[in-house]
Ligand binder design. Structure first.
Ligand code: AMP
Length: 282
């Protein structure tokens, strides 16, 4: 497993591999890897000749008041987790290499970036799209694997790839959870024991909402309220949003039909957590 830090070297290496006819799968991450990331890596490994994992805490997707500087970073441990999975290349650039002095071009998603997470994090998806397109240009992947845990992110990226004719196939892998239901996230490390216990309400309320839908409930307002009440009452959470939307477009629904996503974002003791369930209604 090679660790490549230079953008130029990574791009040269990728172009050489492509010339040799190799296919490349990329898993973009911010490091602090957990089993959720490792599932994406296993998926990438099965898909292409060369597996590349990028580890880059992307400054442009954090607002000034957010947790960029305290975001957990541990390259040595991440590499230890990746080595046994057959990863070929870990791409670990520095911010000044991705955004050198004079950097002046961004990818700006429009409507899709104004709702849900985009509403409380206004420039977040601009940072995401920009770094993802840069990573695609540097790593030259045929496939890129993302997690459904960040559902809106995957929708924003698919839209960018479609709109800008980017020749990369986007693969979205299911959310990996702890045994008690909490979706794995690098940010779970910020939770105190008590906050983590209350955070279990997130997945529990989503699973219960899914059950309501499966038992025939079709009124989306009722479902949103049902989830929100539990978050406020049982988790003492500050709710950013609870959404019942079309799973492909994330447009809010009045009545349930087709493939839907029930998703939420909330803060528990100041830690912002997101989660969702996706289901198909006949
Ligand atoms: P991050 O490093 O947290 O930005 O995430 C890197 C990738 O891992 C993104 O595509 C996330 O959606 C994905 N991911 C994060 N947590 C999980 C999880 N619990 N299950 C599946 N994928 C995840």
């Amino acid at each position: 497993m090679q660790i490549v830090r230079s953008v130029t070297r990574m791009q040269k290496l990728a172009l050489k591999l492509k010339k040799q006819g190799k296919t490349i799968a990329l898993v973009p991450t911010m490091g602090a890897l957990h089993k959720g990331h490792l599932e994406l890596v296993a998926r990438a490994f099965r898909m292409a000749d060369i597996t590349v994992v990028s580890i880059f805490v992307n400054p442009t997707q954090f607002a000034p008041h957010e947790d960029f500087s305290r975001y957990p970073r541990n390259l040595a441990l991440d590499c230890k987790l990746l080595r046994p999975l057959g990863v070929d290349i870990v791409f670990h650039p520095q911010p000044q290499d991705i955004y050198p002095t004079g950097f002046d071009t961004y990818v700006v998603p429009e409507k899709i970036a104004t709702i849900l997470d985009g509403e409380s994090r206004p420039s977040h998806f601009k940072g995401v799209d920009t770094v993802v397109l840069k990573l695609f240009n540097i790593v030259q992947p045929d496939f890129a694997v993302f997690g459904r845990k960040d559902l809106q992110q995957s929708v924003v990226i698919k839209q960018m790839v479609k709109d800008l004719n980017v020749p990369v196939k986007i693969v979205v892998a299911p959310t990996v959870r702890d045994a008690d239901g909490l979706a794995l996230s690098s940010r779970n490390a910020y939770l105190s024991v008590d906050a983590r216990r209350r955070a279990l309400v997130i997945s529990r309320s989503l699973f219960a909402a899914r059950q309501l839908v499966l038992s025939g409930e079709r009124n989306t307002a009722k479902i949103r309220n049902f989830v929100r009440r539990q978050l406020v009452k049982d988790a003492k959470a500050d709710v950013d949003y609870v959404s019942v939307a079309d799973a492909e477009t994330l447009a809010e629904l009045r009545r349930i039909s087709g493939k839907i996503a029930i998703s939420l974002a909330c803060r528990i003791d100041g830690v912002r957590l997101i989660d969702n369930v996706v289901l198909k209604v006949g």
